[in-house]
Ligand binder design. Structure first.
Ligand SMILES: [Zn+2]
Length: 484
C-alpha cells in the first residue's frame, strides 16, 4: 500500500465558485427524536479532561511540553486502550500495534520534514503510513489551539480519534476494504466511523482521561468533523474528497451506534449509493476567502432569502442592523426575529466574529476564531424563516419550531449552492463545501439555526443535522409538513 497522508486542514469558505452535488442521499423517514443521541439519551454532564488522573506515559518527538501535547498524548493513550481491546474482539484476534512515531510540531516554528512534507505553515494533523512510516503528527502551534478555542478542547481528542481511525484502517488492510485503489472518500468515511466508535466509549464514561456528554459535548465533536480535511493533492485519485457535512455525520453516527466491524464494511459500492457529494473540485478546497458582512453582502443575502421563499406569500422581513433588538418582546442574539415589526434585527459585530475563519486568530486563548461566512449567513437566515413559519400559522415557540427552522434554513441553503456556474452575477452563491460551515455553526451551543423564536435549541445534534438535511434535499414544503 502506498503513502497515506490524512490531514486536518483549516476550514475554508467562499462566495462564488463551484461545487457539485448529486441527488440521492437517502432521507430517513418518520419523526425525529430530539432527545436521542445515537441511542443514548441527551445528557448535560461534564465534557473534557477528567480531573486527578495522571498524565499518560507516552513519548512524543519534538514536544514543547505544553498543554496541547499533554492533551494529545492523553487522547492517544485512551485510544490505545480502546483499540487494544476492540481490534482483537472484532477482527479475529488481530492485535493492535501502537503507533511507531508520535510527532508534535509548530507550523509557525522551526520546520520539520514529515512524510515528505515540510511542516512550515502546515496547519494539520495527520496519519502517515506505508513506505516504512507509521506516524501520527499534529500542529500544536496553530491548528490544535484554534480547534480548542473555536469548538472545545475535546475537539483535539476528536481529531486524534479520526487520525487513529486511519491507522486502524491501515493495519486492517483488506479486512477494512483497503487496497491501493481505495478512493479517499471511503478512507474518510471509515475514519469518521472509527472516530464514532471511540467517542461512544468516551460518552459511556469508559475512557481514562476524558469525558463527553451527549448534549453540547457531542455536538462539539460533530462540529469538529468538518474541520478534519485532507488537503488537495495528496491523493491523485480524488483530491480532498471527504463528503458533505451530512455524509460525515452519517458515518460518525454509524460508528457511534454500531461496532468497528460496521466501519470496516464501508466500501465504494455502499458509499456511492448514499453519498450526497460525488466529488468536490480541487478549487473548492483551495479558495479560502471569507467575505465580510458588508451592506452589499447583506443585500445579496436578503435577495436570496426573498427569492427562496417568495411562494410562501409572507410579507418578507427586512434584515436590519440594529444590534439584534425588537421594539417589543424579547430578543435573541446575534439575530432576532421581531414578529410585530416583521424585521430580522442583527448584531453585525457579533456575526462578523462568527464569519471569520477558525484559525484566523490562531493563538490559544485569543478570542479570534470564527466558523466562516456561511455560518453567519445561516444564523440570519434562520430568523428570517420564522416569518415564513408565522405565515402558515405555525407555533413559533416549541421544539418543532426549532426543527422547522433548521429544515427551512437547509432549504434556503440549497438554493444558494452553485452547481455548475462560476460567474459573478450579483447573486449569493456558495460552494457546496461551505455547507460545512452552516452545519458546524448549527451544532454550536449558542446557535439559533435549530432554535425557536426564543432561542430555545433542539438538544440533540444528530436531530439538528437531520432536520437541516431534510430541508436541503426535499425543499421547504417538507419542513412545514413534517414538523407541523
Ligand atoms: Zn482523514
Amino acid at each position: 500500500m502506498g503513502l497515506t497522508l490524512a490531514a486536518v486542514a483549516v476550514m475554508v469558505g467562499q462566495l462564488g465558485g463551484c461545487g457539485q452535488t448529486v441527488a440521492g442521499n437517502p432521507t430517513v423517514e418518520g419523526g425525529i427524536d430530539t432527545t436521542d443521541a445515537g441511542g443514548l439519551e441527551v445528557t448535560d454532564g461534564p465534557t473534557g479532561a477528567r480531573e486527578g488522573v495522571p498524565d499518560a506515559d507516552l513519548e512524543v518527538e519534538n514536544s514543547d511540553g505544553g498543554e496541547m501535547d499533554r492533551l494529545a498524548l492523553n487522547a492517544v493513550a485512551d485510544l490505545y486502550d480502546y483499540w487494544d481491546e476492540q481490534l482483537p474482539k472484532h477482527f479475529d484476534g488481530e492485535k493492535f500495534t501502537h503507533i511507531e512515531r508520535l510527532v508534535s510540531y509548530d507550523s509557525e516554528g522551526e520546520p520539520l520534514t514529515l512524510c515528505g512534507t515540510t511542516t512550515k505553515d502546515f496547519q494539520n494533523a495527520f496519519y502517515c503510513g506505508g513506505g516504512g512510516e507509521d506516524m501520527i503528527a499534529w500542529d500544536r502551534g496553530v491548528l490544535l489551539p484554534a480547534l480548542a478555542d473555536t469548538f472545545d478542547p475535546i475537539s483535539v481528542v476528536g481529531v486524534l480519534a479520526h487520525e487513529m481511525g486511519h491507522a486502524v484502517q491501515f493495519r486492517l488492510g483488506e479486512k477494512s476494504n483497503m487496497s491501493q485503489s481505495t478512493p479517499t472518500i471511503v478512507r474518510e468515511q471509515q475514519a469518521d466511523c472509527y472516530m464514532g466508535n471511540f467517542m461512544r466509549y468516551v460518552a459511556e464514561d469508559k475512557a481514562k482521561h476524558f469525558q463527553l456528554n451527549t448534549g453540547e459535548g457531542l455536538n462539539q465533536i460533530l462540529a469538529t468533523l468538518f474541520s478534519i480535511r485532507d488537503p488537495a493533492g495528496y491523493d491523485h485519485m480524488t483530491e480532498g474528497a471527504h463528503g458533505l457535512a451530512f455524509d460525515r455525520v452519517y458515518a460518525f453516527q454509524e460508528g457511534f451506534t454500531k461496532d468497528p466491524k460496521r466501519c470496516a464494511e464501508m466500501d465504494s459500492e455502499e458509499i456511492d449509493g448514499r453519498i450526497a457529494e460525488a466529488e468536490r473540485s480541487e478549487k473548492d478546497e483551495q479558495v479560502d476567502g471569507n467575505v465580510d458582512l458588508t451592506e452589499k453582502n447583506l443585500g445579496l443575502l436578503q435577495d436570496s432569502l426573498d427569492e427562496a421563499f417568495k411562494e410562501n406569500g409572507a410579507e418578507q422581513p427586512e434584515i436590519t442592523d440594529n444590534g439584534s433588538k425588537c421594539s417589543q418582546g424579547e430578543a435573541t442574539s446575534p439575530a432576532t426575529y421581531c414578529a410585530e415589526e416583521n424585521i430580522v434585527g442583527i448584531d453585525v459585530e457579533k456575526l462578523q466574529q462568527i464569519a471569520k475563519a477558525p484559525a484566523e486568530g490562531g493563538q490559544p486563548n485569543v478570542d479570534g476564531a470564527g466558523i466562516g461566512d456561511f455560518a453567519a449567513f445561516a444564523e440570519i437566515a434562520s430568523r428570517y424563516t420564522l416569518a415564513i413559519q408565522k405565515q402558515v400559522g405555525a407555533d413559533l415557540a416549541n421544539e418543532n419550531a426549532g426543527l422547522r427552522t433548521a429544515c427551512l434554513t437547509g432549504a434556503w441553503a440549497k438554493t444558494t449552492v452553485d452547481e455548475d456556474q462560476n460567474e459573478v452575477d450579483g447573486k449569493l452563491h456558495i460552494a457546496v463545501g461551505d455547507l460545512d460551515e452552516a452545519v458546524a455553526e448549527l451544532l454550536q451551543d449558542d446557535s439559533l439555526i435549530a432554535a425557536d423564536v426564543n432561542g430555545k435549541q433542539v438538544k440533540s445534534g444528530f436531530a439538528r443535522v437531520e432536520a437541516f438535511r431534510r430541508g436541503y434535499f426535499d425543499g421547504s414544503g417538507t419542513c412545514t409538513e413534517q414538523f407541523s
